[in-house]
Ligand binder design. Structure first.
Ligand code: CMX
Length: 437
């Protein structure tokens, strides 16, 4: 058994024992109530699931195993000659709650390289889709096709013992993460570059190699990918994509099908697809105003026009955060250091000065600040990755790291099938009447 797996087994066995004892003693302790607004309002703030790998505080932002994004940049190993964290390091941290050494991260890069062979069947399935199929549809289809290789499914059909669910899930998660950049790059190249595919470069790390297979070989773009694939990896468990993976996984669907569920959820414009919507909206804005250097007054007019049409301002607002998203800030810091004089980046920064006041003045938007998606497109466009329909796939490749490490935990902890209770509106009305009486 490799060191990562050994550590995971040791930590998960210890936590499982601890939680079993805790539930025996304190299982009836209440952690909160649910009111009608929450039932009809998307369950905001209802504490109803456990997620080990990260925690989101409305006023502090995301922390991965307790570490903020600036802290991750300090503690996680980087590639030689680079400053940005390697996503391999974050995966290790999320999975076993320990900051890895450079040696351990290099081992993980190599391990994922060894596991990176994608089945021909997956490529055949993708090739059967017309090349103008939206990349997120292609990704979801590919994940379901890849699921034919699931070790968990195979072993389950052979009678896998419950106590070994985590082991087969760990193997699936490692294989899936190893293969995901190859599948994503394949989708990109078949959609936008006539199927002119680029073989992997075994000398590169997971994110650097992904950039290479996309055909993006600028060193700064590789740095951006390492940062991008780190900061999008996890956002606690209640967000739509993570929660979907957890829900699907709770039925003992394999890691591939669970991730496919999450990716279908990420593909919605209120969630991950917002990264494509932002840049599309900015391009529409510069076209409509007739310049790539609009004034703040022109931006304000365009924002008000968008709102007047009953549309949201993409990249702004959040269901939990009540502050500028630290993932937005991390990308802004990157842009300030690496990018000089880029009109679209400047538009993103000017929008940051203009949008919050307008959204705040509506009196209903709970968080007028930018989220992660407000900045990412401008960075990608800067380096030449202009095909914005692909952007949510990048988000998805990163998100796999968090949700799959948590899936290993959920299997190791033996969490049961998720099955909350629903009621009808009729039930609600009679409940209210009874309470009034
Ligand atoms: N532009 C315009 N109106 C907005 C808004 C925005 N960016 N954000 C919220 N609102 C509106 C809501 O539509 C809602 O209006 P109604 O009462 O008329 O329906 C009202 O303000 C209250 O919403 P809220 O409680 O502040 O926000 P929610 O928790 O319901 O929704 C989110 C959160 C992200 C869906 C919402 O802010 C939004 O639609 N943002 C734009 C899309 C986006 O950027 N999504 C990406 C989020 C990050 C990610 O998952 O990747």
């Amino acid at each position: 058994m490799n060191l990562l797996k050994e550590k995971f087994l040791e930590k998960s066995t210890a936590l499982k024992t601890e939680i079993k004892a805790l539930l025996k003693e304190k299982g009836d302790l209440k952690v909160g109530d649910v009111n009608l607004k929450q039932m009809f309002g998307g369950m905001r703030g209802v504490k109803s699931m456990v997620w080990e790998t990260s925690h989101l505080d409305p006023k502090d932002g995301i922390r991965f195993r307790g570490y903020s994004i600036p802290e991750l940049k300090d503690i996680l190993p980087a590639a030689d000659g680079d400053k940005e964290p390697l996503p391999e390091g974050l995966f290790w941290l999320m999975l076993v709650d320990e900051v890895p050494t450079k040696e351990q991260v290099d081992w993980l890069s190599e391990e994922w390289r060894k596991r990176s062979t994608v089945s021909q069947n997956t490529f055949n399935v993708l090739d059967a889709l017309s090349s103008d199929t939206h990349p997120m549809i292609q990704l979801c289809v590919a994940l379901n096709a890849m699921s034919a290789d699931s070790i968990f499914t195979k072993k389950y059909s052979e009678g896998l013992n419950k106590k070994d669910y985590w082991d087969a899930t760990f193997e699936d998660a490692m294989n899936l993460i190893a293969q995901l950049p190859i599948v994503a790059a394949y989708i990109y190249r078949r959609t936008y570059h006539n199927g002119d595919h680029i073989p992997m470069d075994p000398s590169l790390d997971w994110a650097g190699n992904f950039a290479h297979m996309l055909g993006m070989n600028h060193d700064d773009f590789k740095s951006l990918m390492r940062l991008y694939l780190t900061i999008h990896a996890d956002h606690e468990g209640g967000n739509a994509s993570a929660h979907t993976v957890h829900l699907v996984g709770s039925t003992l669907s394999n890691a591939y099908m669970s991730l496919a569920g999450g990716m279908n959820s990420l593909a919605g414009p209120l969630h991950g697809l917002a990264n494509q919507e932002v840049i599309k909206w900015i391009f529409d804005l510069t076209d409509a105003i007739g310049t790539t250097t609009p004034t703040k007054e022109q931006l304000a007019t365009y924002i008000n026009e968008t709102l007047a049409k009953g549309r949201v301002i993409p990249g702004y607002g959040h269901a939990v955060l009540r502050m500028p998203d630290p993932r937005f800030t991390a990308q802004k810091v990157f842009a300030e250091e690496y990018i000089k004089n880029d009109d679209i980046v400047q538009v993103v920064w000017d929008l940051f000065d203009v949008v919050p006041e307008i959204l705040g003045s509506l009196g209903k938007v709970k968080n007028p600040w930018p989220n992660v998606d407000a900045h990412s497109g401008a960075l990608l466009v800067h380096y030449g990755l202009k095909e914005y329909s692909f952007y949510t796939v990048l988000f998805g490749v990163s998100r796999a790291l968090g949700v799959l490490s948590q899936l290993c935990w959920s299997r190791a902890m033996g969490y049961p099938l998720e099955r909350p209770k629903s009621v009808t509106s009729k039930w609600v009305k009679s409940f209210v009447n009874e309470n009034q009486a």
